[in-house]
Design a protein around this ligand. Structure first.
Ligand code: HEC
Length: 185
């Protein structure tokens, strides 16, 4: 009984750590893409709420625990699964995440319809048929410490991102999108 409980706990924790690759949760390519996007969105939101507390010093170390940790996890999932994950925003901070025309069109769709929670498209990935799953990312109260009032941004952001556009957001605003592209047969 005890072994079984431990085994169940182990499987549960593995599924939490790798929901995008855990066969029992995400079977189809579509499920894998959706699971990866949802994991990233939830992870960022949870970390921001955990580390952005009233009175907390917000510096580069804080960033490493929030959007920095998310960036690492994206890399990790990409390497382990071959899924292609991309963040994009019109008001971007890292210029690598600047929305291209197609992404800007997706962002507009989510802006126009706040009830729209996902968009699926048929695309090509390395010359093969693939599907791209896109979800909107919304701004929460905890995000404002770094994506809120321009002058109140932590110093490291002002210096490190001279072309920063990812500020002056309000709670509930659309921050950007996350897209996960997965090959289909
Ligand atoms: C401690 C500061 C901090 C907090 C809190 C924070 N972010 Fe960020 N965020 C950053 C930095 C710095 C970057 C740029 C990272 C990079 O260079 O890739 C970034 C990048 C992003 C990006 C990638 C797109 C872009 O513009 O480059 C998204 C999306 C994002 N943040 C959303 C959020 C959301 C949503 C929250 C709240 C749940 C949040 N952030 C909380 C500092 C923060």
């Amino acid at each position: 009984m005890r072994t079984r409980t431990m085994l169940t706990a182990l499987i549960a924790s593995m599924a939490l750590a790798f929901p995008a690759v855990a066969g029992q949760i995400a079977n189809t390519p579509e499920e894998k893409a959706a699971a990866a996007a949802d994991e990233i969105i939830t992870m960022r939101s949870d970390l921001a709420r955990e580390f952005i507390q009233p009175g907390a010093v917000i510096d580069e170390e804080t960033f490493k625990k929030v959007c920095g940790a998310v960036g690492k996890r994206v890399k990790d999932i990409t390497e382990k699964t071959g899924l292609k994950i991309r963040h994009a925003a019109v008001k971007n901070r890292n210029t690598n995440n600047a929305a291209n025309d197609a992404e800007t069109a997706l962002i507009r769709k989510f802006e126009e319809n706040k009830n729209l929670t996902e968009i699926w498209e048929k695309v090509e990935l390395d010359g093969k048929a693939a599907k791209r799953f896109t979800r909107p990312i919304f701004v929460e109260n905890a995000c404002l410490a770094c994506h809120g009032v321009k002058d109140s941004r932590p110093e490291f952001i002002k210096t490190k991102y001279p072309d920063d556009k990812a500020f002056e957001f309000k709670e509930g605003d659309l921050r950007g999108i996350i897209s996960v592209t997965v090959p289909i047969n």
